[in-house]
Structures are given as structure tokens and as C-alpha cells.
Write a protein that binds this ligand. Structure first.
Ligand code: 4FM
Length: 249
């Protein structure tokens, strides 16, 4: 997988990718990430990348020429047909489904804007898809680009080692995570749920799935509405809610 990032702050991208799962995926050659700075594609002595908006008002707009030239340079390093993706609050919501579809591609270009945004003609001519990380306004697209890279990199075969098996991932897909515990067995007077110390792996699996379903129902009912529970999961939810009502668990 090869990802190219078009950014006025390329050091922000390279600096953040050295650590953890993504850093290891880069070292192992499962992934490579290149950057392209639009400022390298300016032709004037001041290396101008922005200008005042037509129609007036505050803020600056990214000039189309250097942005398009940078996007073209970045795309030239990828296989034919790789999509050019702009990160903005106007985009399609980015979720695990989008991460999975990107992880299946040979590569893509991420375009990080700054200031008030890209000139609409650069969008029309140089962008295939627009993705949003969420309903908040950031000062640039670099952090969203890094989030997309992280979410995609950990899906690449070999990136996670055995930290989390795909089997485990699929049985909890669409659910929030279950609670985790490590030593010591009693911390600040708080104990570990006994089932986790029982050594009974079938019981542990059931308890974890029950916790995941219960927490999802309590905290993110929208996720369950979007993806109704299978009969087994529904039974676990009933057990979770009953235990809660009786004051157990
Ligand atoms: C994007 C600022 C483009 C300037 C941004 C430009 C965002 C989001 C976001 C800020 N991106 N989800 N929310 N970007 O706020 O994806 Cl030119």
C-alpha cells in the first residue's frame, strides 16, 4: 500500500508516523507514505500558495495552480487509478467501513488543506472523493489525514502481528470494546471480574461479548439501530440488562 499526502506541513505527517503500529508497518514495508508540498510547485519569488477570496471576507483560499500541480506529482508516484481524497468537514463521514475499503486499494492520495479551503475549481479538477472525520472544524487536514492513515495501516495484513486476531475483530464488529484488566488483581480496592480469572475461555468469550453488547446499547444505541443484534447477541443483552437491574456484574 502506498499513500501520498499533499500538505503545506509535510513534517507534521512524517513526524507522526514513526511510532507504534504504523511505524512498524512502515519499517516492515507493508506501507509507504510520501508527501508533496504545494509550495514546491509555486513559481513566484514569494512562493505564494494562498490568496484573498473573491467576494471578500476574512481568511485566505488556497490557490488552485500549486495545489493541482502537487496533487498531480503525488498521484504520479502511485499506480494508475488511485483516488485523490480531500479531508474536510463537508465530506462523507469516515468510519471503519471507509477504512476497510481504502485498505483494499493499492494506494491513494490524501489532500490536506489549510486556511479557508481549496479553490472550488481545484476540488472539481483534482479531487475524486471528500471525507470528513467528524462535525468539528480543524485548522487543517493534516490531523484527519493521519487518522485515516492510522485506521488503514492497522488493517493491512501483518500490521498487527497477533495483537488482535481477525477472528476476534469480526465477532465484535459494529460493537464497542469490552472492559480490559491487567495485574494487580486488586487495585485501589477495585477487583477484576472473577470470570476473567477462571481460565474458562468459553465463559470469558461470552462475558466479553455481553459487556460489548451492553455497553454499545447503553452508550451508542445508534450503532445497534444501524446493525440489529443477532439472536445470540440479543440474549446476551437481556442478561446484561437483567444483571444490571438486580445489581450484579
Ligand atoms: C480542511 C481546514 C481543509 C482547511 C480543514 C482546509 C476536517 C474534518 C477539517 C479542516 N477534515 N474532517 N472535520 N479540516 O475540519 O476532515 Cl483547506
Amino acid at each position: 500500500m502506498k499513500i501520498e499526502v499533499v500538505s503545506l506541513f509535510p513534517d507534521m505527517i512524517s513526524g507522526a508516523l514513526k511510532f507504534g503500529v504504523v511505524g512498524r508497518a512502515l519499517e516492515r514495508g507493508l506501507l509507504s507514505v510520501g508527501t508533496e508540498d504545494p509550495r514546491a510547485h509555486t513559481t513566484d519569488p514569494h512562493r505564494t500558495v494562498d490568496d484573498r477570496p473573491y467576494g471578500g471576507g476574512p481568511g485566505m483560499v488556497l490557490k488552485p495552480e500549486p495545489m493541482l500541480a502537487a496533487i498531480e506529482a503525488a498521484r504520479g508516484r502511485l499506480p494508475q487509478g488511485c483516488p485523490r481524497i480531500y479531508l474536510s468537514a463537508q465530506g462523507e463521514p469516515f468510519g471503519q467501513r471507509q477504512a476497510e475499503s481504502l485498505a483494499a486499494l493499492p494506494g491513494f492520495v490524501l489532500v490536506a488543506g489549510r486556511y479557508e479551503g481549496l479553490d472550488e475549481r481545484a476540488l472539481a479538477l483534482g479531487i475524486d472523493r471528500e471525507l470528513s472525520l467528524g462535525d468539528y472544524v480543524l485548522s487543517g487536514g493534516e490531523l484527519p489525514a493521519l487518522v485515516v492513515i492510522d485506521a488503514v495501516a492497522r488493517l493491512l495484513p501483518g500490521a498487527l502481528g497477533d495483537e488482535r486476531s481477525s477472528v476476534e475483530e469480526s465477532f465484535s464488529a459494529g460493537l464497542l470494546d469490552w472492559p480490559h484488566y491487567t495485574r494487580p488483581e486488586v487495585f485501589a480496592g477495585l477487583t477484576v471480574p472473577p470470570v476473567l480469572l477462571s481460565g474458562n475461555h468459553a465463559d470469558i468469550h461470552r462475558w466479553r461479548l455481553k459487556q460489548a453488547v451492553g455497553r454499545t446499547w447503553q452508550r451508542r444505541p445508534d450503532l445497534i439501530a444501524a446493525n440489529p443484534l443477532a439472536p445470540e447477541a440479543s440474549k446476551l443483552l437481556n442478561e446484561f440488562l437483567t444483571a444490571r437491574a438486580v445489581g450484579r456484574d
